[in-house]
Design a protein around this ligand. Structure first.
Ligand code: FES
Length: 568
């Protein structure tokens, strides 16, 4: 065991390591058995993860039962709805803290507990860079709330109801009365937003015990799964089954296929690219198109469909979706069980064919994420066709440019704004460096004067991200971003832009000569424009563009688990 380097032997240092850890632990805790860290992102300020301490206790029971020693290791947590300026600014911090604290301690394997959007990607990135045996327990979605007698999908229905208020279709009082119905229980958002997506991605990657992702946070079967994950990590340590064995190119292909089949969040693109970078898998933006774009949408969940995560669990769960997707899956990729993912799908069944559609009867053909290129996005941009208006997937229109989110909010409802339904709204200064942190602002609200005319969607282009619970014809993750010198910073009001998703192109109809003479916009807007110190300074100096997962340049790859020096 790696931990024997701390606890083994009879010298002074081994004495110190054991003595300070006794505190009720039996002598057998130091007899060479696996030491398992539970990376626990529970926090009162990350409300979607506040129940993870309960899961941690079940993990502990499983670890003890299987002959290991469980050790709770609280990790920095990120509450998506609270953290400013955007939780994505701190994802790499959580990944760094996870990596360094696993490596620094006498740990042989890890159980990763996450839920809210950034927490699972961050702890997976960190654990992958240490490459000790690891297993994820997704914290699970909350129960379905209801309002006006109808189910309420968190995130998606907030956007819908607030648009109804702006359009004068819903009173402010009724809108506010939905607030207490929105969040009914512990758990993360109950739509197929980023948290549900990343739990599903973790399972499709093979890092979760098959069948666990999507189990509601309040379901006692999640406690059982936590217990079993605690037992399984002991065997994984004995088998030396590491993330690098599981997170192969085939595993990422399976994640991309699953992302399309479930109608998952576009945020998975940056997170999967970042995780792949940690294990040295050559994953490119184009792989999302290559392996995912022909995959049909099978899952009828908000925001692409109508049901919620509790319905998915009732209808057969993620395994039933994966079973349908099997022809598209890589058969060599293994899971934490040590067996191929495809071998775990045999007994899955669909119990509600309106929630989980069969491959022969999809909700939508070719639902995967499309990758766009062109002179407006030389390093690529992302669009989710299944969340877009079909008629807008090929659209040409004049640009209306906003330099930063403050500029957008100050002008979007101006009655004199020169905008109609053909206008293409551009928001820049919202990329990894520009905001900083690449926030979820790309699903721009529509001008109220167009809402009043009944317009429900417009083409929007942004170097930022979009909430996984959002919808619309939105081109996101434009790279390079304006603040990194990308051509998005050269666009002016009235420039014609053509979006052609079937051709995978995003074209600014301005000549190279004219573009070379234009001065880039001052897109480093807002209070964080040019930080002098601290994390923001480090972030801006080292964050890569969206096509590289917005990870830090110096965090690519793995440093392994070896620590050459003792602390005494
Ligand atoms: Fe935590 Fe949506 S706010 S998952």
């Amino acid at each position: 065991m790696r931990s024997a380097a701390w606890y083994g032997g009879e010298d002074r240092d081994a004495y110190i390591h054991r003595a300070w850890m006794r505190r009720g632990n039996p002598d057998s805790a130091f007899d060479g058995r696996p030491q398992i860290a539970i990376i626990n992102t529970a926090s009162d300020l990350a409300p979607c993860n506040s129940h993870l301490d309960t899961l941690a206790q079940s993990v502990k029971n499983g670890v003890w039962e299987a002959g290991g020693v469980p050790l709770n290791l609280p990790m920095i947590s990120l509450g998506e709805t609270l953290v400013r300026p955007t939780s994505m600014l701190w994802r790499n911090m959580v990944a760094m803290a996870t990596e360094e604290l696993i490596r620094a301690n006498p740990i042989d394997g890890v159980v990763l507990l996450g839920g809210c959007d950034k927490t699972i990607p961050a702890i997976l990135m960190g654990a992958a860079s240490v490459n000790l045996p690891a297993i994820v327990v997704p914290g699970g979605p909350m129960m379905t709330g209801t309002f006006r007698g109808s189910p309420l999908g968190c995130g998606t229905d907030v956007w819908k109801l607030s648009e109804e208020v702006r359009a004068g279709l819903l009173s402010k009082a009724k809108f506010l009365s939905s607030e207490s119905a929105m969040i009914r229980s512990n758990g993360h958002c109950n739509t197929m937003g980023t948290a549900s997506t990343m739990g599903s991605m973790a399972e499709a990657l093979g890092m979760v015990l098959p069948g666990v992702a999507g189990t509601p946070a309040t379901d006692s079967r999640l406690l059982k799964a936590s217990h079993e994950s605690g037992r399984r990590i002991i065997d994984m340590v004995k088998e030396d089954l590491k993330p690098s064995d599981i997170l192969t190119k085939g595993a990422f292909i399976n994640a991309i296929v699953t992302l399309a089949g479930i109608g998952g969040s576009t945020n998975a693109v940056v997170h999967l690219l970042a995780i792949a970078g940690r294990v040295g898998v050559d994953l490119r933006l184009e792989d999302f198109d290559k392996y995912g774009s022909d995959v049909p949408l099978l899952l009828n969940l908000l925001p692409a469909g109508k049901y919620l995560m509790e319905d998915l669990h009732r209808a057969g769960g993620l395994l039933a979706v994966l079973q349908q997707l099997q022809p598209h899956l890589d058969s060599s990729a293994i899971t934490v069980t040590g067996r191929p993912l495809v071998e775990t799908l045999g007994e899955a069944e669909i119990y509600d064919a309106d929630v989980i559609h069969q491959l022969s009867d999809p909700l939508q053909e070719k639902a995967g994420i499309a990758i766009l290129r062109g002179n407006l996005a030389p390093l690529g941009a992302v669009i989710k066709p299944s969340a877009a208006t079909p008629a807008l997937l090929h659209h040409r229109g004049p640009a209306l440019v906003f330099d930063g989110i403050e500029d957008f909010h100050s002008r979007i409802d101006d009655p004199d704004l020169n905008v109609d339904e053909n206008t293409i709204l551009i928001l820049r200064g919202c990329g990894p460096k520009g905001y900083p942190g690449m926030p979820e602002v790309a699903n721009l609200i529509l001008p109220s004067k167009l809402l009043a005319k009944g317009v429900t969607d417009m083409v929007r282009i942004c170097d930022g991200r979009m909430s996984g619970t959002a919808y619309g014809t939105v081109v996101l993750h434009v790279a390079p971003e304006a603040a990194a010198g990308g051509p998005l910073g050269l666009v002016r009001d009235g420039d014609m832009i053509e979006l052609n998703v079937s051709q995978r192109s995003l074209h600014l109809e301005v000549s190279d000569e004219e573009l070379s003479q234009r001065t880039p916009a001052a897109s480093m807007t807002g209070a964080f424009a040019n930080p002098k110190r601290g994390w923001e300074r480090l972030y801006i100096d080292h964050v890569m563009q969206a096509d590289r997962g917005a990870d830090f340049d110096f965090l690519q790859g793995s440093s392994g688990s070896f620590i050459p020096r003792e602390s005494h």
